[in-house]
Design a binder for this molecule. Structure first.
Ligand SMILES: CC(C)(COP(=O)(O)OP(=O)(O)OC[C@H]1O[C@@H](n2cnc3c(N)ncnc32)[C@H](O)[C@@H]1OP(=O)(O)O)[C@@H](O)C(=O)NCCC(=O)NCCS
Length: 138
């Protein structure tokens, strides 16, 4: 896997069950999709259990409607001692439109955990050399 690239992790359809009482798509559901997508990628990168430590500045740039196709893209931005920083962006594709429109973005800080659920060092040295664009300690 090329960790320097933005990777499509989740693609799904916004359904009526995902709406708030006004009938718009619920922002908390979108953040949950983002968190699940990042968790899948962080545990793969860290080769083990990870936890969400912080979510920074989630921006909702465009409303999402029932029937929109939602794509969640994840990019590894930085690797620390025990933490990994991921940029996440969500796009929507409206029925009848070809173009994917940017809708939501945010930054997620994940921490690698040991078997006692304490932070453990991420072995970023396993990254191939060509992935040196990843900032931090690699
Ligand atoms: C994740 C957890 C084990 C971390 O343990 P901790 O002893 O508090 O360790 P810290 O958070 O101080 O440090 C761990 C890393 O997170 C980083 N970190 C902590 N808070 C941060 C923040 N607000 N922004 C960016 N990085 C942060 C630290 O810099 C450190 O990174 P580094 O090792 O790469 O330098 C613990 O806080 C925990 O269990 N939290 C609950 C996690 C959870 O349940 N998440 C699901 C959401 S409900």
């Amino acid at each position: 896997m090329d960790w320097t690239q933005r990777i499509l992790v989740t693609r799904t359809l916004a359904m009526p069950a995902d709406t708030n009482p006004r009938g718009d798509i619920f922002g908390g559901w979108i953040v949950s999709l983002m968190d699940i997508s990042v968790a899948a990628m962080s545990s793969r990168f860290a080769r083990g259990l990870t936890a969400t430590r912080a979510i920074r500045q989630v921006l909702f740039d465009r409303p999402i409607f029932v029937g929109d196709e939602i794509s969640v893209y994840v990019k590894l931005e930085n690797v620390g001692h025990t933490s990994m920083t991921f940029e996440v962006d969500v796009t929507v594709q409206r029925s009848g439109l070809e173009e994917e429109l940017p809708a939501v973005r945010g930054t997620f800080i994940m921490v690698a955990l040991d078997k006692n659920r304490r932070p453990r060092r991420v072995n970023c040295c396993e990254l191939p050399h060509h992935q040196g664009e990843t900032k931090g300690r690699c």
